[in-house]
Design a protein around this ligand. Sequence first.
Ligand SMILES: [Fe+2]
Ligand SMILES: [Fe+2]
Length: 230
Amino acid sequence: MSALYKSNYYIGNRQCNTEQIRFRRVKDSLILQKLKKMLGLKLPTDPRWVNIVEKKIDEILTDHAYCEQKAASTAISLIIRFPEYTDLVEEMIALSREEMGHFKMVHDRIIARGNSLGRDRKDDYVIELMKFFPKGGSRSDQLVHRLLYAALIEARSCERFRLLSEELKDKELAEFYHKLMISEAGHYTMFLKFARQYGNRGEVDKKWEDLLIYEAKIMKNLSKKETVHG
Ligand SMILES: [Fe+2]
Ligand SMILES: [Fe+2]
């Protein structure tokens, strides 16, 4: 039996054969190459952040579980706040389910390690990021700003998951983060697509660029904590 078979690779709940695994890996590596270019982040995470995380896996799993739960509640709050945007509502229904699925996957890991979910902690990265756009403005401006924040949080999470998938010594956990990285990349592009669809394309692109520059300044003081955005 090949080493690939032994890796028990799953797509969803379906165990795959060697051919499907090879195809999936080629597809994933193409996505990865594209991902490095497309995320557009101005400052990469200091790779030493993985060393900090590796010493405190239980801590990052707790923080990660809450990130997934917050991603689900962001999707639900967009539905409540902007119900007339039917395309968005449809996608947010699916996203909230998917993010709760991720939350369960992380929660299961916490339990399997003999722990229970710890308390939530404040996310300094998100708090700082969400100071960028002025409060108020038109309804469509408010929607665009929320979509751009969500896109960036997904992009940075995706970049962090990529690092974990490449650098963690625990290969099973690395594989887990590889799969999540692919999901979060899809979320990042979806939020950015909606921002461009609902706002003025030129203005949205300028706001996105400015937000990326601002985010890089926040990141200069981070990469020191065992949290997804710390
Ligand atoms: Fe997620
Ligand atoms: Fe996500």
